[in-house]
Every structure is written in C-alpha cells, then in structure tokens.
Write a protein that binds this ligand. Structure first.
Ligand SMILES: [Zn+2]
Length: 281
C-alpha cells in the first residue's frame, strides 16, 4: 500500500526509457522482470507464502472479471525478506511484498485471536517493533492450536484486503501512469541539473500522484473484496492497523502526508458498501 520501496530503481528505469507511448507495455513488463530478478539474485526471495498468496489471488478471478472487465492478465505476488517496511508495492503486473508485512499481519491476527480484540498491549508492542530497525515479532503468549486456527482466518481476511488493493493498482494502470508522468517531467526539463530533476520527479511521484491513486485503489479494491466474497471486515482492520501505526510513528500529524488519512480511506469503504448494496437491491 505504500509506494516508496524501490523508487530509485523506478527512477533509473524511467530515465532510461526513451521509447514511445506504444512501447510502454513492453517497458513495464521488462521493469517487472528487472525488479523480480534484482531481488531474487540476492537470495532474499521468500517462497514460504506463495501457496497462500496464490490461493487468495485465485479467489479474486470472478471479482476481477466484474470490476475490471477485459483485464484478466494475472498479477503475481513476490515476497522478499527486506524488512524495510510494513508494505507492498504494485508495479505493472507484479506486487513486491516485504516479509515484514506478512509476518506483522500474521502476528496481529494471532494477537486478536488470543485476546479477542485488536486494541491490546500486545498489538502495540508488535506495532512498535514494526517501526524499528531490526524488528522482532514474538507470538502472543498462550497461542493454542484452536486460537491459531482462528488467527489463520483473520490473517487471510486482512491479507485479502491488501491483495485487493494492490491488484486494483495493477488493473487501474497506476504504474503506467507514474512512468508516463516521470518521463513527461524529465522531457520538459532538459536544462535542469539531473540531481535536482531526480528530486523533483521523486517528489512528484510521492506527493502528487500518491493520495489520489491510493483512494482510487481503495474504491476498486473494496468493490473487488465484496464481489470476491471476502467482505470488508478485513479491509477495515487493515485501515485500523495503518491508523494505529501512523499514530505510533507520528506520521498522522505530518504535514507532508504521502497517503490519504485512514479516516478518508474508511469513508471510501462506506461509500462503496452503500453503492454495492443499492446495486444488489
Ligand atoms: Zn496503494
């Protein structure tokens, strides 16, 4: 959900791109491939989550055909042990997931299963760890087999929401849009010092396209979650977790927000829920 990871690589690729508009698809595919190869090469690929992600992605097929008609090209998910941030980034048809997101969501779900709610000291301790440099995420004490099964369900629900959001970025063409904007900026400023230009492009990508694209991905992601039978409970919990995390890190008060406020994102969910129930009746 946080489009910061690998930004430098994107900028390098964007700067190298001299081809015309109609070659963008090829360039985007190539970019996907480069990103996956780069991560796979350093041994940080984590395949332990592949079956779960694959099965959740398969459950989206019907929803995708309704929400994004004519756009069946599969989106793949790659988890990497970067521990750089609690995030996932959608490129063109590949989503890069930091293992910290997977492990963090799993622990938070286990905590919720053990204590019966999310707002507990255990949750806070996990969220604090997530914002640290070398996070350690111990399981909650008293995690029985039974609770573990409940946690599994909660984890899949919240992860499905994340996947719906990222898949929506892919089918809404946000990677293409970002690449196009970056190139437009670059072409419009032939005299500018390359370092300054890099900074400007980066700011543009971070601050201008960010919030609007995030809300759009939420709108479609929520629809996708509903049409795929996941419901919105996991989505609400994801936003609650982000809100708690922002509060802990102080990001919620920052003037330079790169992302819409969780409250605005929750409002989008409510709007979609109302629209969808109206459509059904
Ligand atoms: Zn996002």
């Amino acid at each position: 959900m946080v489009p910061r990871l690998l930004l430098i690589l994107l900028l390098t690729l964007a700067a190298a791109a001299q081809s015309g508009e109609n070659e963008l698809d090829e360039l985007l595919d190539w970019q996907d491939q480069q990103i996956v190869e780069r991560f796979s090469a350093d041994g940080s690929a984590d395949h332990s989550w592949d079956p779960l992600l694959q099965s959740l992605a398969e459950q989206l097929v019907v929803g995708v055909s309704q929400v994004f008609p004519g756009q069946g090209e599969p989106v793949s998910f790659r988890v990497f042990r970067q521990k750089l941030g609690f995030n996932a980034v959608c490129w063109h048809r590949v989503v890069i997931v930091d293992s910290l997101l997977m492990e963090g969501l799993e622990r938070l779900s286990q905590g919720q299963a053990v204590y019966g709610e999310l707002d507990t000291p255990y949750t806070e301790s996990i969220l604090r760890q997530i914002s640290m440099e070398r996070p350690e995420l111990p399981p909650p004490p008293g995690l029985s087999w039974e609770r573990e099964q409940q946690a599994r369900k909660l984890f899949e629900e919240v992860l499905a929401a994340w996947i719906c959001h990222e898949v929506s970025h892919a089918y809404l063409g946000h990677a293409r849009e970002r690449l196009r904007q970056a190139r437009r900026l670059e072409q419009g400023n032939p005299q500018v010092n390359p370092l300054l230009l890099d900074q400007r492009i980066r700011n543009y990508l971070d601050y201008h396209l960010g919030p609007a694209n995030e809300l759009e991905a939420d709108r479609y992601g929520a629809r996708l979650a509903l049409r795929s039978g996941f419901g919105l409970e996991g989505y609400r919990r994801a936003l609650l977790i982000i809100a708690r995390l922002e509060k802990l890190s102080g990001a919620d008060a920052s003037f330079y927000r790169t992302h819409p406020r969780p409250a605005d994102r929750t409002r989008v969910l409510q709007e979609v829920e109302a629209e969808e129930s109206q459509e059904r009746s």
